[in-house]
Design a protein around this ligand. Structure first.
Ligand SMILES: NC(=O)c1ccc[n+]([C@@H]2O[C@H](COP(=O)([O-])OP(=O)(O)OC[C@H]3O[C@@H](n4cnc5c(N)ncnc54)[C@H](OP(=O)(O)O)[C@@H]3O)[C@@H](O)[C@H]2O)c1
Length: 296
């Protein structure tokens, strides 16, 4: 049986859907299990029962400090060895992302995978097109970002799910392989053009200030993580592409621009009635600020 962790996450859910559509026997692992899903919480070691699993798709559980993320992944890999898993597929970070703030946890996990003694496949996933689009900030009649005119070899999340499902369904032939799964380069300007709005570049200092001062709810590791994505794109470290994704899929990759545009569109204030502070904080009323309609 194939087991995909993070089953309620976007990538895990899409991967399970792809596996099942292809006729594979696959179960999910989740902190909040439902039908066909095992309870699996990396922070609760007692829940890490992988008996009966032949292929484990370990979806990275980021969103925490490095030591916590690496500790989570180590616990799952230890359980995989103990419970007789026969192959592990790990969703890592693109090679070009080595300097990003969250790269260390991925590379440390890759080391753990390699020394686990289990046959393995490492998927070095590029940054999602959905993430790129979602990080554009609406302001007035346009969008702003700290990406400058740098491009990102963005990849539609759905393609990463499809690629992982192909490997998980037939892991032996991909054993010991590292795939760099990136898409075609897109810029913030291109996303803005598709949306019919302008793009304005802000400096990294202003971006960092907004993250720290105007974005409530971010965890301490998140501002440097997001700033590292911006500087990586702005300084053109993330625009290189490889054929791995299309080769694995056996078809051209989905258009990342369309996914980025959809994500940016989804964060667009519906009426333009919100001031920037209210929009960022998630408030849906600007009464306190006396904003005029259309003023953001
Ligand atoms: N390449 C990129 O651009 C990019 C962007 C963002 C994140 N990522 C990384 O890729 C992973 C998958 O992306 P995604 O889009 O599916 O993210 P997502 O929708 O936020 O889902 C992440 C999932 O990780 C699982 N998870 C978190 N903490 C866990 C824990 N303690 N134990 C077990 N599972 C835990 C959860 O699954 P359950 O809710 O089912 O427990 C969660 O829903 C993320 O976790 C992150 O590490 C990559």
């Amino acid at each position: 049986m194939i087991l995909v962790t993070g089953a309620n996450g976007n990538l895990g859910a899409a991967m399970l859907a792809a596996l099942r559509a292809g006729g594979a026997t696959a179960a999910g692992g989740s902190r909040t299990p439902g039908e066909g899903t095992r309870h699996l919480d990396f922070d609760d070691h007692a829940s890490l029962d992988l008996t009966g699993v032949s292929t484990l798709v370990l979806i990275s559980a980021g969103y925490a400090e490095d030591d916590q993320v690496v500790g989570r992944h180590k616990a799952v890999l230890d359980a995989a060895v103990r419970d007789g898993v026969r192959h592990v597929v790990y969703t890592s970070l693109t090679t070009a992302g080595d300097h990003l703030g969250f790269a260390l946890a991925h590379r440390a996990t890759e080391r753990l995978v390699r020394v686990s003694g289990l046959p393995w496949t490492i998927l070095r996933n590029g940054l999602y097109a959905e993430l790129f689009g979602g990080l554009l900030m609406w302001a007035g009649n346009g969008v702003e970002s700290a990406f400058g005119d740098g491009a990102l070899a963005a990849v539609a999340r759905e393609d990463l799910a499809d690629a992982a499902a192909i490997i998980a369904a037939n892991p032996t032939r991909h054993s010991g392989r590292v795939y760099d799964l990136v898409g075609t380069p897109i810029t913030a300007e291109q996303v803005a053009d598709e949306l019919g709005v302008s793009h304005r570049t802000i400096g990294l200092d202003e971006y960092r200030r907004r993250l720290l001062d105007e974005t409530p709810g971010l965890l301490p590791f998140q501002p440097p993580m997001l700033a590292s994505i911006a500087t990586g794109i702005r300084h053109r470290f993330l625009d290189g592409t490889t054929p791995d994704l299309a080769d694995l899929l056996g078809r051209p990759a989905r258009d990342p621009l369309a996914s980025a545009v959809a994500a940016a569109s989804a964060t667009r204030p519906e009426t333009g009635l919100y001031c920037r502070a209210c929009f960022r904080s998630g408030s849906r009323s600007c009464d306190d600020h006396g904003s005029r309609p259309g003023e953001i």
